[in-house]
Ligand binder design. Structure first.
Ligand code: SF4
Length: 485
C-alpha cells in the first residue's frame, strides 16, 4: 500500500527516509529539490536541503512535503555546486523540526551536514556513553550520534572521522556526509537500505532510489556496495571498503512495497519484481474468480502479474483518493472505517455481482484489510478472495521501517484462518517465503539470496544490541546472524 503520512487511518508499514546528494552542478540545490520530490513516497513528515559553494554550508529544513517546505526564494539562497537532501518519516526520534535532516554541525575542523536513511540499533548505548563523556545532544535522532563520533574522533579529514564513527555503529544506514568541499557516502555492511550512484554531466549523484536519477536527468552507474565508502571532491570519486565482508541483506520490503515501481533496486526493476510476485502467488493460490484487482498503489503491479498468470481479467476495482493531505482531520479510532472510505473507494460497476480476487502486498495489523474487504462487499462483490504478495509479517523491524510492535502484528499471534475470519474474506493466502525469494531473489548464491527477511523469519542480519533491549518482549523470538555470518 502507498506510504502515507496519515498513519492514523492507514495501518501499514512506513518507510523512514530518502536521501539525495549531488556534487559538481551549479544548480545543486534545485536538482536536489527535484530528486527529493521523486523520493517523497519514502517520507512525508519533513524535508531539508543543505548546499555548499566550497566555502560555507547553507541549509533549510521544515515540516511537511518537499513542495511545502521549499519555494523558489528559499532554494535560491542555497547556493553552490554540491548539496545533500533528505525526506523523513519518523521511526527513531520524535516528529519535530530539530530532528528534520540534513543535521548540520560546526566542529573544530569545519562544518558538516548529515543525511541518513535507516536506523542504528546501538545508538542508545553510544549516546549514553557520549553523554557521560560530556557530549550535549540537540536532537532525539539516532543520526546525531554519528556526528558526535566524527567530531570526537579528532580527525582533520572527514573521511577519517567517518571511518572512526562507522567502526562503532551497527544497524542500517545509507549515509551522506557533506563538508564545505567534500561529499562522503557510506552504506552499512549488510546494505540493508538501497543506495545508488549516478552521473550527471561531469558531476556525481547518489540517491536512495534510481527514480530520483530519472527526475534530474542523471544516468545510473551502479549501486553503492554494502560496506563501501565513497569520497567525492575536486579530485573526483574514490571508493574503498570500510568493513569486512558481511552478509548482503537488502530490505525485501523495498521490492514488495516501499520503492517506486520505476526504480531499480539491486539491478531489478521494482514493477517487474512485483509482477513476478503476483505470478508466483497465482501459481501457489489460484482461485475461480471473475476479476482481479489490486489495492492501490503498490499492489497494482502484483495484481497485473496475478491476472496475467491466471487469465482472469485485471480491473480497477479500487480507486485511491490522492488528496488526503496533512491538514486532513484524522478520524478517531471509532471512525476508522470512515478514514479508509476517505482514502479508497470501490468501483461498483466493476465488482458488483462478481467474485473478486483482491491482491495486497502485506497485512500488518489487519484493520485496513478488513475495511477494504468490507468496501468491496458493500459495492456488491459476491465473493472476496484476498491474496497477499508477501509472507506473514510476524516480527518487528529495527532497521528504519515502522512495523508496529510485535503485539500489533496480526500474523504474530494468529493463524492464517484466524486472520481470514478477522478481515472477513472468503479465502486468504500469503505468498510462501520460497516463492517470494524465487520471484525477487538475485541468483547470486548468497544466504537468503542477499535479502533481509527478518520481519518474516525473526532472523536479523545484524546484532540487535539495545534495539532488542528497548523492545524487550516485543521482539519475541528474534535471532541474529551477527555481522559476519
Ligand atoms: S526487517 Fe523487514 S522491513 Fe525491516 S529491513 Fe528487514 S525486510 Fe525490511
Amino acid at each position: 500500500m502507498g506510504c502515507d503520512r496519515d498513519g492514523m487511518i492507514w495501518d501499514e508499514l512506513n518507510e523512514e527516509c530518502g536521501v539525495f546528494g549531488i556534487y559538481g552542478h551549479p544548480e545543486a540545490a534545485r536538482l536536489t529539490y527535484y530528486g527529493l520530490h521523486a523520493l517523497q513516497h519514502r517520507g512525508q513528515e519533513s524535508a531539508g536541503i543543505c548546499a555548499s559553494d566550497g566555502e560555507r554550508l547553507t541549509f533549510h529544513r521544515g515540516m511537511g512535503l518537499v513542495t511545502e517546505v521549499f519555494d523558489a526564494a528559499r532554494l535560491a539562497k542555497l547556493r553552490g555546486h554540491m548539496a545533500i537532501g533528505h525526506v523523513r518519516y519518523t521511526t527513531a526520534g520524535e516528529s519535530r523540526l530539530e530532528n528534520a535532516q540534513p543535521l548540520v554541525f560546526t566542529t573544530g575542523a569545519g562544518s558538516m551536514a548529515l543525511a541518513h536513511n535507516g536506523n542504528l540499533v546501538n545508538y542508545r548505548r553510544i549516546k549514553h556513553r557520549l553523554e557521560r563523556q560530556g557530549s550535549l545532544f540537540q536532537t532525539s535522532s539516532d543520526t546525531e550520534v554519528i556526528a558526535h563520533l566524527i567530531a570526537r574522533s579528532g580527525c582533520e579529514e572527514i573521511a577519517d572521522g567517518l571511518r572512526h564513527a562507522l567502526a562503532q555503529i551497527q544497524g542500517a544506514y545509507a549515509l551522506l556526509v557533506m563538508t564545505e568541499r567534500k561529499l562522503v557516502v557510506a552504506l552499512d555492511p549488510n546494505g540493508i537500505r538501497p543506495l545508488s550512484l549516478g552521473r550527471l554531466g561531469d558531476g556525481y549523484v547518489v540517491a536512495s532510489e534510481t527514480c530520483a536519477f530519472d527526475a534530474v536527468g542523471a544516468t545510473y552507474v551502479r549501486d553503492v556496495e554494502p560496506g563501501e565508502l565513497l569520497v567525492i571532491d575536486e579530485g573526483g570519486l574514490s571508493c574503498e571498503r570500510f568493513s569486512a565482508h558481511a552478509r548482503r541483506a537488502i530490505c525485501t520490503f523495498e521490492y514488495i512495497y516501499f520503492a517506486r515501481p520505476d526504480s531499480d533496486v539491486g539491478g531489478l526493476n521494482v514493477h517487474l519484481a512485483r509482477k513476478r510476485l503476483g505470478r508466483k502467488l497465482a501459481e501457489e493460490a489460484p482461485v475461480d474468480a471473475d476479476v482481479v484487482t489490486g489495492v492501490p498503489d503498490s499492489s497494482i503491479s502484483a495484481a497485473i502479474g496475478y491476472a496475467e498468470a491466471t487469465g482472469i481479467p485485471y480491473e480497477l476495482g479500487l480507486i485511491k483518493n490522492r488528496y488526503v493531505g496533512r491538514t486532513f482531520i484524522q478520524p478517531t479510532q471509532a471512525l476508522r472505517a470512515q478514514g479508509v472510505r476517505m482514502k479508497l473507494s470501490a468501483v461498483r460497476q466493476v465488482v458488483a455481482g462478481k467474485r473478486v480476487v483482491m491482491i495486497d502486498d502485506s497485512i500488518v495489523r489487519g484493520t485496513t484489510s478488513r475495511h477494504i474487504v468490507q468496501l468491496l462487499r458493500e459495492a456488491g462483490a459476491k465473493e472476496v478472495h484476498v491474496r497477499i504478495s508477501s509472507p506473514p509479517v510476524r516480527h518487528p523491524c529495527f532497521y528504519g521501517i515502522d512495523t508496529s510492535t510485535r503485539e500489533e502484528l496480526i500474523a504474530a499471534t494468529r493463524s492464517v484462518e484466524e486472520i481470514r475470519r478477522a478481515i472477513g474474506a472468503d479465502s486468504l493466502y500469503f505468498l510462501s517465503l520460497e516463492g517470494m525469494l524465487e520471484a525477487i531473489g538475485r541468483p547470486d548464491g548468497e544466504a537468503d539470496r542477499g535479502h533481509c527477511l527478518a520481519c518474516f523469519t525473526g532472523c536479523y542480519p545484524t546484532a540487535l544490541d539495545d534495539a532488542l533491549a528497548s523492545h524487550g518482549a516485543e521482539a519475541g523470538g528474534a535471532r541474529t546472524r551477527g555481522r559476519d555470518s
